[in-house]
Write a new protein. Structure first.
Length: 94
C-alpha cells in the first residue's frame, strides 16, 4: 500500500479492489463503497465511511472512531441488537 500511495503521489492512477475497509480508509484518497454491484457512496474516506452507511451495507451495526492522528477506525459491534430493523437479515439468511 505504501508503494501504491507513492505512485499516486507521483501522479499515476492507482486502482485497488479491497474488502478491508480499515486498510482502504488508511491509504485511499477516494473510495467507492459498493453494495450488490452498485456504488452506494463515492468520495474521500471520511465522507464515505460512516457508521450508518457501513451498517446498512453490511447489515450489521458498525461504529466509526478516530485515533489522535485522525485515522478512521472501523469497529463492528458484537451484537446485532444495535442494528436497526431495516438493515437486519431475516433469521437464518445471510
Amino acid at each position: 500500500m505504501e508503494l501504491c500511495r507513492s505512485l499516486a503521489h507521483e501522479g499515476r492512477a492507482v486502482i485497488a479492489v479491497m474488502h478491508d475497509i480499515q486498510l482502504a480508509a488508511a491509504y485511499c484518497d477516494e473510495i467507492a463503497l459498493m453494495n450488490e454491484g452498485r456504488i452506494v457512496a463515492y468520495g474521500e474516506p471520511r465522507s464515505v465511511i460512516t457508521g450508518e452507511r457501513l451498517s446498512s451495507v453490511y447489515q450489521w451495526p458498525i461504529g466509526i472512531s478516530t485515533v489522535p492522528d485522525g485515522q478512521l477506525i472501523v469497529i463492528p459491534q458484537r451484537s446485532r441488537a444495535a442494528c436497526s430493523t431495516s438493515t437486519r437479515h431475516e433469521e437464518g439468511t445471510q
